[in-house]
Design a binder for this molecule. Structure first.
Ligand code: XLS
Ligand code: MG
Length: 349
């Protein structure tokens, strides 16, 4: 058990929303806007090779554009990526800001609004194709309820499965990565955990093209251990991306720097990914982290640097462990000694 069968390969990505102006629900922006073009110049400088996109990060006014216009604009973004030596990891439809998605997208009670969500998802796939990625991430933000009686949970799940099926049919190459989250902005969502996400894929006729993205904080908000969620998905060959970050207890989604709250919890995520060869099929280490609102303009990317640095240091710790000793302690069932060994390693001993 203690021996490394494989090692992972780690390349890092983040989304343009991870460099942001610091607005929160209680106050306005506190930092200057940084243009998308400027952000692109920062990626390589900071040691990142992949860019994650919402559809409108790539094509801002896509709702008012024709398919040809969208393709043209996305192609220009692809050129800019190429120019910086960057790759697009995925595109995600932003289905939570438009007035037509107030009641959710695919699970809205309005047929016209559901049609908008499906149409928008087709545009997302067109953008993904133009950016050179097969990956479409679905964070099902408003696919839930505030009031149990307002939606029928059977119908809602059937509608979600039908939406995924539509996307799989629309492009035979596309892969859908479902990012589960139990709450926020909704009281409860219909796909709260990664087990739900993977099982939703089984309701389609191409489950081999439905996988998942695990965000550490989303697992924590569901009261689960992120490394176990990752293990569950990897056991099924379904962990196609991650959003590493951290979370201080059961509150709003904090997107804190990876490892900044609970180092051992972060260590276990790194360890399970590395031991099972994460990244060897091209999967990325995505960091879905936010800068503190108190951070000044010129140092407002340190949350990304720190997350990456903490990941790499934990990888070093994990790889330097004495696996023979771990195997021995496991065989002797001396888990107290194992605990001290891990905590000591985290303390630098
Ligand atoms: C929000 C999500 C979001 C997705 C991308 O909680 O983490 O940022 O990762 O749509
Ligand atoms: Mg995320």
């Amino acid at each position: 058990m203690g021996s490394n069968k494989h090692q992972g390969t780690f390349r890092f990505s983040f989304g343009p929303w991870n460099i942001h102006q610091g607005a929160d629900p209680f106050g306005p922006t506190v930092r200057k806007n940084i243009t998308f073009a400027k952000k692109l110049t920062l990626y390589k400088q900071m040691g990142f090779d992949g860019v994650q996109f919402h559809d409108d990060d790539a094509v801002p006014k896509l709702n008012d554009m024709t398919a040809a216009q969208i393709r043209k604009e996305a192609t220009a973004v692809k050129k800019a990526l190429d120019g910086h030596g960057l790759q697009a990891e995925f595109v995600a439809p932003r289905l939570w800001e438009d007035p037509r998605t107030i009641d959710g997208g695919y699970t809205s009670n309005s047929a016209a609004e559901r049609e908008y969500a499906l149409d928008r998802s087709r545009k997302t796939i067109d953008i993904a194709r133009a950016l050179g990625t097969r990956n479409v991430v679905l964070w099902l933000a408003r696919e839930g309820t505030y009031v149990r009686e307002a939606k029928d949970s059977v119908v809602a799940v059937e509608r979600l499965a039908a939406a995924v099926q539509m996307m799989l049919d629309y492009d035979p190459k596309v892969r859908i990565l479902i990012e589960s989250k139990p709450n926020e902005p909704m009281d409860h969502t219909y796909i709260p955990t990664i087990g739900h996400a993977i099982a939703l894929g089984l309701m389609t006729n191409a489950p081999e093209r439905v996988g998942c993205l695990i965000e550490s904080a989303h697992a924590l908000l569901a009261g689960l251990d992120p490394s176990d969620e990752m293990g569950y998905a990897m056991a099924q060959g379904k962990l196609w991306s991650v959003h590493l970050n951290d979370q201080n207890g059961m509150k709003f989604d904090q997107d804190k720097t990876f490892g900044s709250v609970d180092l051992r919890r972060a260590f276990n995520q790194v360890r399970i990914l590395d031991r099972h060869g994460y990244g060897n099929k091209g999967e990325w280490i995505g960091l879905d982290v936010k800068a503190m609102r108190s951070q000044k303009d010129d140092v407002a990317t340190k949350h990304l640097r720190n997350s990456q640095e903490i990941f790499l240091k934990l990888l070093e710790v994990s790889r330097s462990l004495d696996n023979a000793l771990i195997d021995k302690l496991i065989a002797e069932r001396d888990y107290e000694e194992l605990e001290l060994l891990i905590v000591s390693a985290l303390m630098g001993d």
